[in-house]
Design a binder for this molecule. Structure first.
Ligand code: THU
Length: 137
């Protein structure tokens, strides 16, 4: 099975675990790291609505806890939206661990990948980590 198929499958399996009782909008995300491992996550909502977090953020947390640091590809899938694109906050979070040419696969829960974009396309003119170089020194 191609790695992108595995990535979609992992995102879809994560979507099934979403805790989204307030929006009823389940999302799953899966990250393929440059060393070939897959880390997935779902969105998690709480009764204080704004305090929940996205599937991409959960997947990043799993990647970091597993020792991963560089994202090669990402797959995102939502139960009720074809080609769900990462929100603004998650674009910045993904960018932290990505390259401009990192692929982000936007999926359909029924059929798989429907569109592939790059991080550069998702977050052009981004606030880059090296922007803090002097300030952090
Ligand atoms: N959501 C994600 O998990 N990822 C996205 O890229 C877009 C939105 C979640 C957040 C919230 O739990 C629900 O979808 C509705 O906005």
């Amino acid at each position: 099975m191609a790695m992108t198929d595995s990535l979609f499958d992992a995102a879809k399996a994560a979507m099934a675990k979403a805790h989204a009782p307030y929006s009823n909008f389940s999302v799953g995300a899966a990250i393929l790291t440059e060393d070939g491992l897959i880390h997935a996550g779902c969105n998690i909502e709480i009764v204080s609505f704004p305090e929940g977090w996205c599937a991409e953020t959960s997947a990043i947390a799993h990647m970091v806890m597993a020792g991963g640091s560089r994202i090669a590809e990402v797959a995102v899938v939502a139960e009720k939206l074809v080609a769900c694109s990462p929100c603004g906050g998650c674009r910045q979070r993904l960018a932290e661990f990505s390259s401009p040419n990192t692929k982000v696969h936007l999926c359909d829960a029924a059929t798989g990948i429907v569109e592939t974009v790059t991080m550069e396309e998702l977050l052009p003119h981004s606030f880059a980590t090296d922007s803090l170089g002097d300030a952090a020194a």
